[in-house]
Design a protein around this ligand. Structure first.
Ligand code: SF4
Length: 103
C-alpha cells in the first residue's frame, strides 16, 4: 500500500511533503497544465509524514481511499522523477485553489 496525493494538490502544491519524506518518494510536475506532486508507490513506505505536513490535507493513506488519483500518481511518477525539486511554499500561505482550507 502507498499514500496517495489527491485532487486537492492539483493546482495547489505547497511542496512541503517532499521535504519530510524519508525515502524521497514524492516528485513534482505539471499535470493538465497545473502544478502537482505525486508519490511513487514503489518507494513509499507508508510512514505518514507527508500527510501530516500537507497544509490542506491533500494526501490520503491508501490507494483504496482514492483509486482514481492512485492511478494518476503511479502513472505520472516515472515522468515526474526527472523534474527538479519544487520550491516549497510556506504552510501559512493561503490556499490558491478554491475549496481548499488550511488544516
Ligand atoms: Fe514518503 Fe512516508 Fe509519504 Fe510515503 S507516506 S510518500 S514514505 S512521507
Amino acid at each position: 500500500m502507498s499514500y496517495v496525493i489527491t485532487e486537492k494538490c492539483h493546482g495547489e502544491r505547497y511542496g512541503l511533503c517532499a521535504g519530510v519524506c524519508p525515502t524521497e518518494a514524492i516528485f513534482p510536475g505539471t499535470y493538465q497544465g497545473k502544478d502537482f506532486m505525486v508519490i511513487d508507490p514503489a518507494i513509499c513506505i507508508s510512514c505518514g509524514a507527508c500527510a501530516v505536513e500537507c497544509p490542506v490535507g491533500s494526501i490520503v493513506e491508501s490507494e483504496d481511499m482514492d483509486p482514481v488519483y492512485a492511478k494518476i500518481n503511479v502513472d505520472l511518477a516515472p515522468q515526474f522523477k526527472a523534474n527538479p525539486k519544487a520550491t516549497p511554499r510556506s504552510k501559512d500561505e493561503a490556499p490558491k485553489k478554491p475549496g481548499n482550507k488550511l488544516k
